[in-house]
Design a protein. Sequence first.
Length: 127
Amino acid sequence: MSANENRYETAVARYFEAWNADGAEALAKAVAAAWSTVGGYTDPLADVRGHDAVAAVIAAAHEQFPGFVFRPAGAVDGHHDIARFGWELVNTADGSAPVAGSDVISLAEDGRIRSVSGFLDRVPAAG
């Protein structure tokens, strides 16, 4: 694995640590480790900038899906300062994954995330 590939893997690992952080303090610390100060997150449901706003989006997902964890789906693919990867939101009780998507991230010079462009590939039917 080249240094660049390792850079993408590290950034994505930090990303999942943030999404799976438990508690406000751990979440704040994980977001600061993963995102640059002015880093952002955009998906069909959110468009935010800054650590507090990114942490709020993650906290809201935890409230909506208690007992779920985010896990990578497939390999990380990257070039230049951009990487893409798939993910699933998995129910820890039964292993089902009702939500899945793919994200494209751009990295800042320090290896933290400058931006996330998220796409939802599978969502539960509205009930």
